[in-house]
Design a protein around this ligand. Sequence first.
Ligand SMILES: Nc1ncnc2c1ncn2[C@@H]1O[C@H](COP(=O)(O)OP(=O)(O)OP(=O)(O)O)[C@@H](O)[C@H]1O
Ligand SMILES: [Mg+2]
Length: 250
Amino acid sequence: MENKIVLEVKNLCKYFGGIKAIDNINLKLYEKEIIAIVGDNGAGKSTLIKTISGVYKRTSGEIYINNKLSAINDPKSAKVYGIETVYQDQGVISILNAPSNLFLGREKTIKNFWGKIFKFTDDRFMKNETKNLLKKLDVELKNINSEISTLSGGQRQTVIIGRAVYWGGKILIFDEPTNNLGVKQERRILDLIKKLREEFGVSIIVITHNIEHVFELVDRIIVLRNGMVVGEKQKKESNHNEIVSMITGV
Ligand SMILES: Nc1ncnc2c1ncn2[C@@H]1O[C@H](COP(=O)(O)OP(=O)(O)OP(=O)(O)O)[C@@H](O)[C@H]1O
Ligand SMILES: [Mg+2]
């Protein structure tokens, strides 16, 4: 059975003045697939995903979602297409607790007069939803009411990742998801990424410099150099040395 393509990028270019940060990129992402985008510093990895997730406006090219031409022009429109991007420690408010962060900007109000008029939030509902979500993701917080700033980097990262799937993200993009994490938390995040595919059926793009993580996590590897795709390999048909030499070009 042919797998469904959830994301297809055709002839994508992003120039900064005279610099071709990404130059004529073509790539496909299949349903429930995990791919890695690898490459040296300055290869164009971040620019590629920022262009897909609407942070940068593309210079030219097309982005298809579920085989339909999309109109991704900013991060908000990318979210409408189910694209959620996760950067290390980005997008949480440290003095709020996990439920408030999960519902940030999309708070649930109580369904009666008080909720309608005074926008009283339904804290019990939000707490329960957060607990259920974290349970599904195999994460336990000692106290769900704690400020996010008191959680570990890995736990914070979990709340951000959880939020992406909770709000219907179907294509998740991670830019260096394990940066600055300790060994144990790194392990948790790697396991969590695998679990997301099983539990939520999402497709995932991971950018990482860690070649061990690449070989543990993904199905397919795409190598960028000087803003161009210079190689693409099924993980099963490749090895560390081959990928490293594609990255460096020697
Ligand atoms: N906002 C910008 N303005 C001008 N040039 C940029 C901008 N962002 C990136 N570039 C250039 O585009 C190229 C690709 O950069 P990019 O950040 O995408 O690389 P990267 O693969 O993510 O590198 P790293 O591994 O260091 O994160 C580089 O030459 C960089 O200098
Ligand atoms: Mg980068």
